[in-house]
Design a protein around this ligand. Sequence first.
Ligand code: GAR
Length: 193
Amino acid sequence: MRVAIFSSGTGTNFEAIADNKDLKKAGLVISCVITDNPLAKVIEKSKARGIETIVIDKSEYKTKKEYEETIYEYLKQLNVEYIILAGYMRIVGDTLLNKYPQRIINIHPAMLPSFPGAHGIRDAFDAKVKQTGVTVHFIDSGIDTGPIIDQVAVPILPTDTIEDLEERIHIQEHLLYPHVLNQLINKMRSNNL
Ligand code: GAR
């Protein structure tokens, strides 16, 4: 399965996927990493692993359509089958959604449908709920909507600082995302048999 990983920032989920030996064995190929942020830390992490790293600065495009058409040209050239959003902090538009129906996967740091949006961890923490989580889902045109593939609960302890919670969420993300991708590859394989 040939994938592109989209990331706008630190890239720890990218690392968890790229360094997962089971995924490599199962046939996951990271064709490229695409970032909209020229300063993203993921750039050096991706290059260090010898992966084609493409920076497409949204501010250089007049419309989301033109921006996504540029992205699509790369994806087409590289025969990308699935898009893996890993900390990509933009709403994916119709251009990519139409080219990759049910083939764009996202990870969100909360138990969707609770706490969608750019601040899933902080919003759950501020709401003082006892439990939040991590969700992997296919995307649609909404914000963190779309069919849920898998979720894991993460408790919020009374003594937690926001940093404690962030750390606990990230640990679960780095386990869940590779696990879900592995399942997906296995499912695709058994459907082909
Ligand atoms: C992750 O926690 C991911 O769930 C979140 O951004 C972080 C990226 O971290 N994504 C969203 O909030 C999307 N709505 P990373 O760059 O270290 O993988």
